[in-house]
Design a protein around this ligand. Structure first.
Ligand code: NAD
Ligand code: 0WE
Length: 256
């Protein structure tokens, strides 16, 4: 009997086998969870389908998180196929490439809107869709954040501001959904080489810096993020909500 046997989960944010969401999905599957997956565009569907199949999942549905219609259709499908939901994993972020390169002060109104919409508001919209399906009184939601929400990481720019909004949303959602027994938490991960990291100039030197400065003197893996997500999404964390849990080899405790 696994920690999540009999539980149903929806995982939003798998792009390929390097995705943090995929590390989480594997950890949840290993403990018996029945999982569904989403993809934003057909090009990603091709990647997600075989991964979902490899975990015995029959649920792969489209969802561009900026479209309310996609989100409505997604949860209608969850209701039809699974009937209820215990787990929601949100691992989605996007900012225009130029906004992660130029100084933050040059962020356009549209660039700001896009980053906050995809990376922060989407958690609110997905939580609202998921909550009515979390009828078991022990629903759990996990999202992904980064230290750039709290401290200036040069180049993270509007994404840092979006993650600050995301982290505050975790706390307000925890308050709203707590009475329904739904917990909402975030994992603040150290840098990991994923598709989202591939477009970042100087990412390699960021990995080296974290490796040098973190107490554990190394970077973290998607497997390690997966294990902490498993804890937060299982009964092991039944008393934990509104929390930001660091999986960063200790990097954030350093002052110098
Ligand atoms: P990734 O590229 O594998 O995942 C990002 C996902 O966002 C992709 O699956 C992509 O399809 C999805 N996405 C983008 N726009 C979307 C939209 N409009 N609708 C639906 N989905 C959309 O990269 P990742 O590193 O696994 O990122 C997952 C999460 O982890 C992000 O929130 C990211 O900010 C966070 N994070 C990443 C790192 C890192 O160093 N890689 C560190 C801390 C936090
Ligand atoms: O959240 C992220 C990155 C998210 C991201 C990545 C891209 C690249 C391609 C959002 N939007 C885009 N848009 C693109 O066009 N991380 C935590 C990874 C990351 O990004 C950084 C980092 C780290 C760590 C950018 C600057 C400094 C550090």
């Amino acid at each position: 009997m696994g920690l999540l046997t009999g539980k149903t989960g929806l995982v939003v944010g798998v792009a390929n086998d390097r995705s943090i969401a995929w590390g989480i999905a594997r950890a949840l599957h290993a403990e018996g969870a029945d999982l569904g997956f989403t993809y934003p565009v057909p090009a990603i569907e091709e990647r997600v389908r075989p991964l979902a199949t490899s975990l015995g999942s029959r649920f792969v549905e489209p969802c561009d998180v900026t479209r309310d219609g996609d989100i409505d259709a997604l949860f209608a499908k969850v209701r039809e196929v699974f009937g209820h939901l215990d787990i929601l994993v949100h691992a989605v972020a996007f900012a225009n490439k130029e906004d992660l390169k130029e100084p933050y002060v040059s962020t356009s109104r549209e660039g700001f809107r896009i980053a906050l919409d995809v990376s922060a508001y989407s958690l609110v919209a997905l939580a609202r869709g998921a909550a009515p399906l979390m009828t078991g009184r022990n629903g759990s939601i996990v999202t992904m954040t980064y230290y750039g929400a709290e401290k200036v990481m040069p180049g993270y720019n509007v994404m840092g501001v979006a993650k600050a909004a995301l982290e505050a949303s975790v706390k307000y959602l925890a308050h709203d959904l707590g009475p329904q027994g739904i917990r909402v938490n975030a994992i603040s991960a150290g840098p990991i080489r994923t598709l989202a990291a591939a477009g970042i100039s100087g990412f390699k030197s960021m990995l080296h810096h974290a490796e040098e400065k973190a107490p554990l003197r190394r970077n973290v893996s998607t497997e390690e993020v997966g294990k902490t997500a498993l804890y937060l999404l299982s009964d092991l964390a039944s008393g934990v909500t509104g929390e930001i849990v660091y999986v960063d080899a200790g990097y954030h405790v350093m002052g110098a």
